[in-house]
Design a binder for this molecule. Structure first.
Ligand code: NAD
Ligand code: ZN
Length: 345
């Protein structure tokens, strides 16, 4: 089968490798029908940190073609959307519902944990399938739900972690796929005013379609503008969805006293800035991976017409053109937001 393989920094290749098979009774094997590239895949491409030979990718939908003897929820022929990480369901962290912290699990195409598994391939082995997959209702297509496992769960997590009550002002740094997913979720939590900050106009335009007020930070100082919009206080809640030192610092500057800051962007290292002048300002800070417990709920919200992330899909390629898809995504060619690839029919 064809798969995108990490060979080293800046060295991804589309190669033919053997198809996966069931290795543990909790596994399923899926035919990958739709897959995507994430901003995190670009971090891995450029910075490494994963084993050579790892299959890239963690955003995927597919059809179950084989299921291990201990799989309870899924059978051959089921259409499924996947989480980016797999988790055992019975370790300390899984029992706290903190599946991203599972001690027996791992991240697809991320190298962390026990495998070189990934989803940018024609077939994928999915460990702990009962916890890792979600069923796609007949009324929805892959394109409706492909983002539920990763970027939509992550965007929603930022909103949930920073939200305290209805009518608040939420500022989101970054109108990439993750920030746009936060913007799409914000109205569901009763956000009063959503402000999205980026430097790329076509991405800000999409944020406006999700109901946000936008600031182009290449043209004006976003912190000053956020203060103007909030009677000088700063935003009640701020989400960092870029992963850059400048925006991390700006999030703290843009948050009001007693506000919340939720960091979703992958923090570059080392990231140091002075918070001493804000020590008495009583922030609540959260940081880390998206919460993967919301996938089934998100699918129901999409089915109920409350969320529609299809506008993020700007390009679609067959998996045979995976390297072209990476190129378009990375260079933001043709106003790219999100690139999909289709597997074999
Ligand atoms: P992206 O690179 O497409 O989006 C980042 C956006 O930030 C771009 O639109 C870019 O123009 C904008 N930007 C860059 N510098 C800026 C600045 N100084 N001011 C304002 N905007 C600026 O990436 P994405 O896919 O949306 O992901 C965003 C971040 O989230 C990445 O770091 C990614 O690795 C991370 N991520 C985290 C999780 C998680 O579980 N926490 C999951 C997925 C992605
Ligand atoms: Zn991701």
């Amino acid at each position: 089968m064809k798969a995108v393989i990490f060979h080293g920094i800046n060295d991804l290749r589309l190669e033919d490798i053997p198809e996966p098979k069931i290795e543990h009774p909790g596994d399923v094997v899926i035919k990958v029908t739709t897959l995507s590239i994430c901003g995190s895949d670009l971090h891995l491409k450029h910075q490494g940190g994963i084993e050579p030979g790892t299959i890239m990718g963690h955003e995927y939908c597919g059809i179950v073609i084989d299921a291990g003897s201990q799989v309870g929820f899924f059978k051959k022929g089921d259409r499924v959307a996947g989480r980016p990480a797999f988790s055992c369901g019975h370790c300390y962290y899984c029992l706290q519902n903190q599946h991203s912290l599972c001690v027996n699990g791992g991240i697809f195409g991320g190298g962390a944990g026990i495998s070189k598994l990934g989803a940018q391939a024609e077939y994928a082995r999915v460990p702990y399938a009962d916890y890792t997959l979600a069923r796609i209702p007949d009324s929805l297509e892959d394109e409706d739900v492909i983002f539920t496992g990763d970027i939509l769960s992550t965007g929603l997590t930022g909103v949930i972690r920073s939200h305290r009550k209805i009518g608040e002002t939420l500022a989101i740094f970054g109108a990439g796929p993750v920030g746009l997913c936060s913007a799409a979720c914000a109205p569901l939590y009763g956000t009063g005013l959503t402000i999205v900050i980026d430097m790329v106009d076509y991405r800000l335009e999409q944020a406006r379609k999700f109901g946000a007020v936008t600031i182009n930070s290449a043209k004006e100082d976003p912190v000053a503008r956020i203060k103007e919009l909030t009677e000088g206080r700063g935003a009640d809640a701020v989400i960092e969805a870029v992963g850059a030192p400048a925006t991390l610092k700006a999030c703290f500057d843009a948050a009001r006293k007693g506000g919340t800051v939720s960091i979703l962007g992958t923090v570059p290292k080392p990231t140091l800035f002075d918070l001493s002048d804000r020590f008495f300002d009583m922030f609540t800070l959260s940081i880390g991976l998206g919460d993967l417990n919301h996938v089934d709920e998100l699918i129901r919200m999409i089915q109920g017409g409350k969320l529609n992330l299809r506008p993020l899909i700007t390009h679609t390629f067959p998996i045979s053109e995976a390297m072209k898809a990476y190129d378009v995504f990375e260079k933001k060619e043709g106003n790219c937001i999100k690139v999909l690839m289709k597997g074999i029919k």
